[in-house]
Design a protein around this ligand. Structure first.
Ligand code: HAM
Length: 419
């Protein structure tokens, strides 16, 4: 038996790569409009970065990291997300000495060791943006508007943006205490995981799937109802920006997000797919992260989109149908082996004129070549035989309309250049 790809990984192969290219080109086009520049960081980092950055009470750090010792006995981790790496690179390259805010985007594989299922992989791809250096709530609005613009530009329907404020180091500790006081009486009814969460990070109990825990926490105090003035004003301005730019949203007061670095604005987005893996993107503010990682006290905000989930959603919504071909294809058929060299020369000339052209490299007979041209969805077929070469007149058949015209090589190029 052949060797299979590791569990939780997948190949992007055959026609599927066109789906990814379609999404990626839309993303890079939008990044230019919003003036973000690409950042490429390593796929592995020191484990400590994620312990400090993402937080050691999170599921990601607790259970899902690909961590190993390299041959020099250093603890290395395959990045489970991009924010900590971008923050590390920003600090390492003194981004704070450059003009602020710094606006980055990235596309690349991330690694999380979790149980694979539809929409959840051990190696998956994120597109993300991170903006460092501005506390302005209108930046939160801009980042949210950008994220929604990405989804709508891709044609995705049934979008549901949920936002919340998770407070700051002023109001969150007070809220934590309130929550703990409330939970104290229910402690014995919490599941063992939530009993540990009670000590370390009681807010995470909102994420528990256990029914009893859900029932208990749903009656508890909510951070959004106890924000400090600063966080309240900030949240109001974010909502104002969203209203001004016609971005629809709902407020989900129970959303806490699975990473520790969030402050103030946090958000998640779904697009009609059901179940636990329905979130196609999420993000928020992280005003303490840069300092936590040894940099100056600079705020940040960003989001990441799960590209596999975007592909799944677009497939389900029929958004790839008939849209993947970007260029018209020309197939140059040779009547017999003797005409192969002429076909090769013609194909080369067409390509040098910016025309997508191919010819037979399987030694097929003419009839089989026509069949092949149909299979690969060729838009035009040019046939090259002895007479055509002698007279410099070639039939050019439009496969979509069935129409056929005859022209010399120069005219072929002129006719096909525009397609
Ligand atoms: P996250 O919510 O952990 O946030 O991940 C963002 C998105 O990545 C999710 O909404 C989901 O679409 C996708 N995703 C996560 N895990 C998997 C998986 N195992 N398989 C497939 N897709 C997955 C972050 O990663 C933050 N760094 C986002 C951020 C950027 N916050 C601020 N800046």
């Amino acid at each position: 038996m052949g060797i299979k790809g590791p569990k939780g990984t997948h190949d992007i192969i055959f026609n599927d790569i066109n789906k990814w290219h379609k999404i990626e080109s839309k993303l890079t086009e939008l990044m230019k409009l919003y003036d973000y520049s690409e950042i490429r960081t390593p796929i592995f980092e020191s484990t400590e970065l994620f312990l400090r950055g993402v937080g050691d009470t999170t599921d990601i750090v607790d259970k899902e990291m690909y961590t190993f010792l390299d041959k020099g006995n250093r603890s290395i981790t395959l990045r489970p997300e991009g924010t900590a790496s971008v923050a590390r690179a920003f600090i390492e390259h003194s981004g704070y000495n450059e003009v602020l805010p710094s606006k980055f985007y990235y596309i690349g594989p991330m690694f999380r060791y979790s149980r694979p299922q539809t929409g959840r992989y051990r190696q998956f791809h994120q597109f993300g943006v991170e903006v460092i250096g501005s506390i302005n709530p209108y930046l939160d609005g801009e980042v949210l508007e950008l994220m929604m613009n990405i989804f709508t530009s891709l044609g995705i329907n049934n979008l549901n943006l949920e936002i919340n404020s998770v407070g700051c180091p002023v109001c969150r500790p007070i809220h934590k205490e309130n929550l703990k006081n409330y939970l104290k009486n229910n402690y014995n009814d919490l599941c063992p995981t939530c009993q540990t969460r009670y000590e370390k990070n009681p807010l995470r109990i909102f994420d528990c799937k256990n029914e009893k825990c859900q029932e208990i926490i749903s009656k508890g105090p909510l951070i959004t109802d106890h924000l400090c003035n600063d966080c309240n004003e900030h949240f109001d301005k974010v909502k104002n920006y969203l209203n001004m730019t016609n971005v629809e949203y709902t407020i989900n007061k129970k959303m806490v997000r699975g990473l520790d670095y969030y402050t103030k604005t946090a958000f998640e987005i779904t697009a009609g797919r059901e179940g636990a893996q329905s979130s196609i993107g999420g993000g928020g503010r992280y005003d303490g992260l840069i300092e936590e990682l040894g940099g100056p006290s600079l705020p940040g905000i960003g989001f990441a989109i799960g590209l596999e989930r975007v592909v799944l959603t677009m497939e389900e919504q029929g958004l790839f149908d008939n849209q993947l071909k970007t260029k018209e294809k020309v197939y140059v058929a040779n009547v017999s082996e003797n005409n192969l060299d002429a076909a090769v020369k013609l194909v080369s000339e067409l390509r040098h004129n910016g025309i997508l052209a191919i010819n037979d490299i399987m030694s097929r007979k003419l009839k089989a070549q026509f069949k092949y041209a149909n299979k690969i969805d060729a838009d035009y077929v040019i046939t090259v035989g002895d007479d055509e070469i002698k007279n410099n007149i070639y039939p050019l058949k439009n496969m979509n309309t069935g129409e056929q015209i005859f022209c010399n090589i120069n005219e072929l190029i002129i006719n096909l250049r525009g397609v």
